[in-house]
Design a binder for this molecule. Structure first.
Ligand SMILES: Cc1ncc(COP(=O)(O)O)c(C=O)c1O
Length: 412
């Protein structure tokens, strides 16, 4: 390393430095990672081979031969799939492929938010979304959730309060279909109410739907984007999604569905000359033939892992771990007894080889989520889930005195 001091030259306002990668914990319940056995490796390999053989020379052109919105065959597949599964009427021209839906979040934020603007989000929410808003200097208004998703009475009160104060929020951000971290699905009556409120107050809806394919019974309500089509008064909706949860997160392929007046503004700030082409080509080749049979198979495996995790929590934590069974997805949102500070539990558990996500990082109400933790059950094996939860219970008892009973044995 050179002795040159770069520090005084760094731009002001940078976030704190990233930590160095130290490898995954032995028992990892963190992040939005997927089930390694659920990745359709062989079919992806064949798809990649076939598409490269046929269209490989298109790699000589930025954006392939499809332009800046992304690989055309993939956008056509998405238009077809979104119609079938979510009720969204759109065509390839309404879709922008992004480098994961994280880039979609950046692009939507990029065209709407200036420092001091207000954004409404769910009180418990995806950390990546909360952090982005905080970094942009947005005023974040959190709306509590219950078992049916975002509470519309609380949203109505917040909108009325903001209006009284002369504030027009830039958007209402929601993860309505298998919410992160709570696993809830916004009920259809609430979807209607959300659209009504958005129309009444003239506030757009920002719908983040990346878990919508992973529902145990495969039945999802129509997307807010779909329900907004043809309603009066007009409601603006931006819809984003991802292949991270249905295929694999390391591919880094997400998408935005929006009208051209918005996509054209997003394209103007998407300055990367196109998202990675190989992964788009592989998905564009793989998905039309395989997506529909792959997803139920993946979901069955996830459901089995959820059962193992709930079982292990019941065995090792007993009534000390409270949770509602999620309707799909990859996370369980767990409430531990009030004396448990999960920011501290996180550090002690990590020292014992178990990684968990502490609740306060997934909420705009740090106090209310102090004793919650988010556990990802998709990436560990069944055995790792059992062993990791047993160790977590031991650490929790050592540090906080709970749970008192584990595996039906009373502990000192
Ligand atoms: C709600 C939500 N939105 C967006 C993302 C970003 O995912 P990706 O960039 O992999 O598509 C995640 C990842 O976990 C998420 O949970």
């Amino acid at each position: 390393m050179s002795a040159f001091d770069f520090t005084p030259l760094l731009a002001p306002g940078l976030p704190p430095p990233a930590a160095r990668w130290n490898g995954l914990a032995k028992y990892s319940f963190v992040g939005g990672n997927n089930d390694p056995d659920g990745v359709p490796v062989e079919a992806l390999r064949k798809a990649m081979n076939d598409v490269l053989e046929r269209e490989g020379k298109d790699l000589a052109t930025y954006g392939l031969a499809s332009g800046p919105q992304g690989y055309r065959r993939l956008r056509e597949f998405l238009a077809h799939k979104l119609k079938r599964s979510a009720g969204i009427a759109c065509i390839a021209e309404d879709i922008l492929i992004t480098s994961g839906s994280l880039q979609a979040l950046d692009l939507v934020n990029g065209i709407f938010l200036a420092r001091g603007d207000t954004a409404i989000i769910e009180q418990e929410c995806y950390q990546g979304s909360i952090n982005r808003l905080a970094r942009l200097g947005a005023n974040i208004v959190g709306i509590p959730l219950d078992r049916d998703g975002m509470r519309m009475d609380a949203l109505a009160a917040a909108l009325a309060d903001l209006k009284r104060r002369g504030v027009r929020p830039k958007y209402i951000y929601t993860i309505p279909t298998v919410q992160n971290p709570t696993g809830t699905i916004l009920s259809e009556p609430r979807r209607h109410e959300l659209l009504r409120l958005a129309g009444e107050y003239g506030v757009p809806i920002f719908e983040d739907d990346c878990y919508a394919d992973l529902i145990w019974d495969g039945k999802r309500p129509p997307a807010l984007y779909a329900m907004s089509q043809g309603v009066t008064p007009d409601v603006g909706v931006v819809h984003i999604g991802s292949f991270s949860k249905s295929i694999a997160p390391a591919l880094r392929v997400g998408y935005i569905v929006a009208e051209w007046t918005l996509l054209s503004r997003m394209l103007a700030i998407k300055t990367d000359a196109g998202s990675g082409a190989l992964e788009q080509m592989a998905l564009g080749e793989y998905c039309p033939a395989h997506f529909d049979s792959h997803v139920p198979e993946l979901t069955r495996g996830l459901r089995a892992k959820l059962d193992t995790m709930m079982d292990a929590l019941n065995e090792h934590f007993g009534t000390a771990a409270e949770f509602d069974e999620p309707k799909g997805g990859i996370f369980l949102w767990v409430k531990l007894p009030d004396q448990v500070d999960t920011l501290k539990l996180y550090q002690c558990a990590l020292a014992a080889g178990v990684a968990i996500n502490p609740g306060p990082e997934w909420s705009v109400d740090k106090g209310a989520s102090r004793s919650h933790t988010r556990l990802c059950f998709a990436s560990p094996t069944h055995a790792e889930i059992r062993q990791g939860i047993a160790i977590l219970a031991e650490v929790c008892r050592r540090e906080f005195g709970v749970p008192l009973r584990s595996a039906n044995v009373a502990r000192a």
